[in-house]
Ligand binder design. Structure first.
Ligand SMILES: *Cc1c(COP(=O)(O)O)cnc(C)c1O
Length: 361
């Protein structure tokens, strides 16, 4: 017995975890600074923690009200109808729901390269295929409508990541509007705003009232500090919002996750503090790292270090975990997530020492 041919399906490569690295190096996880997965260094909101504790005794029941409450709350926040909010296990779950709703077998998606690997993974799970547009270092990873349109060949879905992972660049709003007006009628633009809270640019969600070919992804994993709960959502145009009922996995998001997300939405102070902290950290990283960096609107900074694998390994031995961008197709770069003040300074000290010692690749 064997599963179907999965040779075209590459496994997702996550940033390395503290437990994993600590075990490997025989170190105490407490002594590690983990800046590899763009998580919130301030943790979840205390209100979310309390909501998680309060929800614990109720988890024998399928989540229904919590899911409805969260959907309505988000619709209210963004000025949408409730059916336009597709709650899902992480934004990754929304990617799957959109793929299920859009792709026929052999349909293609168009995605940025370098980029977030789950877009094409999801397309392939659904018997589709993926093509790429190049967000190139030579242009400082600038994102424009022309760049996407040059590569565009009538794909069913086009992913736009803004702020972009792993580079931090943004797709300006007028470029998005140009795309919405330029692509063929059957093409959906999926605007991934996983890092939207950290950016100066406003969300594209308000464009849903004008365009029926834009969907926007949002998550509680980054600015809201709930990555471990797996909760996110897509905002979609009213015209086809009812597809959710036909494609979502029953009880898509857990009771605990929905309750925590509701509580997190009530704690604006925590989000503001998290965003402010990330903006400070990314500016500090750019100013003090002795290596080329790029302007970032996310909670991370891309750094050119020469041999990323050697630098990542050396930093890890010193207790600082960063992301080797080899799996993104940038083997000369690392991505450093924004930490607390102490974590950020430690990362800069350690990386500067290493970069001065590790010869370029
Ligand atoms: C982190 C991330 C996501 C979604 O993460 P979830 O934890 O599934 O919500 C989506 N897109 C990009 C570009 C990301 O970096």
């Amino acid at each position: 017995m064997q599963p179907r041919d999965l040779s075209a399906h590459a496994p997702y490569v996550p940033g390395r975890g503290t437990e994993e690295v600590a075990r490997e190096l025989g170190m105490d996880p407490e002594d590690l600074t983990k800046l590899s997965s763009n998580e919130n260094p301030h943790g979840p909101s205390p209100k979310a923690v309390a909501a998680i504790e309060d929800a614990a005794p109720t988890v024998s029941v399928y989540p229904k009200t919590a899911h409805t409450d969260l959907t309505e709350r988000l619709a209210d926040k963004w000025g949408l109808e409730a059916e336009q909010v597709w709650v899902s296990p992480g934004a990754d779950g929304s990617i799957d729901y959109l793929t299920r709703a859009m792709l026929e077998p052999d349909d293609r998606i168009l995605e940025p390269s370098p980029g977030f690997s789950y877009y094409s993974m999801s397309a392939r799970y659904h018997h589709g295929d993926a093509a790429q547009y190049e967000v190139s270092k030579g242009d400082d990873f600038d994102q424009t409508a022309d760049l996407v349109l040059d590569a565009y060949d009538g794909e069913r879905m086009v992913y736009l990541t803004t702020p972009h992972n792993p580079t931090g660049s943004v797709l300006p709003r007028d470029e998005l509007v140009e795309l919405a007006e330029s692509v063929e009628d059957h093409t959906l633009l999926v605007v991934d705003e996983a890092y939207g809270e950290f950016a100066e640019e406003p969300s594209a969600i308000d464009l849903l009232s004008e365009y029926d070919n834009i969907a926007v992804l949002r998550t509680f994993s980054k600015a809201y500090g709930l990555a471990g709960l797996r909760i996110g959502y897509a905002c979609v145009p009213e015209a086809w919002a009812d597809a959710y009922a036909r494609v979502n996995t029953p009880f898509a998001a857990s009771e605990v996750a929905c309750r925590a997300a509701l509580a997190a939405l009530d704690d604006e102070e925590h989000v503001e503090k998290s965003v402010e902290s990330a903006r400070w950290s990314r500016a500090y990283l750019r100013e003090h790292l002795d290596a080329p960096t790029w302007e970032s609107e996310g909670n991370f900074v891309l750094v050119e270090v020469g041999d990323a694998t050697a630098v990542t390994e050396a930093a890890q031995r010193e207790g600082v975990i960063v992301r080797d961008c080899g799996s993104f197709g940038l083997p000369e770069c690392i991505r450093v997530s924004c930490g607390t003040e102490a974590q950020t300074k430690r990362a800069v000290d350690v990386l500067n020492r290493i970069v001065s010692e590790v010869p370029p690749a």
